[in-house]
Design a protein around this ligand. Structure first.
Ligand SMILES: C[S@@+](CC[C@H](N)C(=O)[O-])C[C@H]1O[C@@H](n2cnc3c(N)ncnc32)[C@H](O)[C@@H]1O
Length: 283
């Protein structure tokens, strides 16, 4: 079960990185990430990117960066769609897996180790046409306005942000209610204080037992995300809320609906599960 408190911010980046470093090899070995399919099928795309396709459109020839790319399965998929991709993450162990997966997929992808707030310095001055991120990325960042400035700073004028992310309403729910009530337990709005969790396990199937389980996380309201991007010089071009999520976000309360997606088993229309937001940098 989750525990959380309003304690002072420890070194959140160090704590969170230790958790991700430990989980990366287990994720790469899990059937849920289906890494071997990138080797066996040259046309294979991650289910996350496959879900994105109708809104993503043609990204052939775009210079793209995937922020918080983890083990790179989505980054490699975007490269397979013809984008010239770079992945960025602060977890060296995640990037080691990402490089291995890109190599077995035969994909030419560059991976850069950096804190997302330092992305501009780490990636160099050449601007990008596309920033892609999401699926469990924003919850690790304390300050959404600062993130939005990073995104805008990476893009050329007219360049596009594409993010599909867990909905902040979903993140605000108690995910461990045996009575299956949808109960708002965690902050919807961004707060200075992190939510501090001590939680073994992970979001994919694995037998590995983890020891680095303490994490700091933050929620950001949908309006806060949109406002942060607009203030940073971006124009909103799309915002679609979805009735499914690509992991079992409320364990025991969700059912698989195919394509790697999950939704509430009981009256799923009560809840926005994820959203896809697109924005372009103003000229
Ligand atoms: C849930 S994963 C992203 C998942 C990805 N969409 C996928 O399914 O593979 C979150 C990633 O964010 C990275 N991360 C968390 N905080 C970060 C930060 N401050 N700077 C850079 N990367 C960070 C973690 O290392 C992890 O790889």
């Amino acid at each position: 079960m989750n525990t959380w408190n309003h304690g002072p911010v420890e070194d959140y980046a160090e704590l969170n990185r230790a958790s991700w470093d430990e989980r990366a090899p287990a994720h790469a070995a899990s059937p849920d990430y289906a890494v071997e399919r990138f080797a066996s099928d040259p046309a294979h795309l991650s289910e996350v990117v496959r879900f994105d396709l109708p809104l993503l459109g043609d990204i052939g020839g775009l210079r793209g960066v995937h922020l918080q790319c983890h083990i790179g399965t989505d980054t490699v998929s975007l490269a397979r769609l013809g984008a010239d991709m770079t992945g960025l993450d602060f977890s060296a162990a995640s990037l080691a897996q990402a490089r291995r997966i890109a190599s077995l997929a035969g994909a030419d992808v560059r991976f850069v180790e950096a804190e997302v707030y330092d992305a501009a310095g780490a990636l160099g001055p050449e601007p990008f046409d596309l920033v892609y991120t999401g699926i469990g990325a924003l919850c690790w960042l304390p300050d959404i306005a600062r993130w939005a400035r990073v995104v805008a700073g990476l893009l050329r004028p007219g360049g596009r942000l594409f993010i599909r992310e867990g909905h902040p309403m979903l993140w605000a729910l108690d995910d461990a209610r045996p009575d299956r009530l949808l109960a708002v337990e965690y902050p919807y709005f961004e707060r200075d204080e992190p939510m501090v969790f001590d939680e073994g396990g992970t979001y994919v199937e694995t037998d590995v037992a983890f020891t680095h389980n303490r994490t700091h996380e933050w929620n950001h309201g949908l309006g806060e995300i949109v406002t942060a991007l607009m203030t940073a010089g971006m124009d909103l071009t799309g915002l679609v809320e979805h009735g499914s999520v690509p992991w079992e976000a409320l364990p025991g309360q969700m059912e698989r609906i195919g394509g790697g997606e999950w939704r509430l088993a009981d009256r799923p229309w009560r809840l926005p599960h994820t959203y896809t937001l697109q924005a372009v940098r103003r000229p």
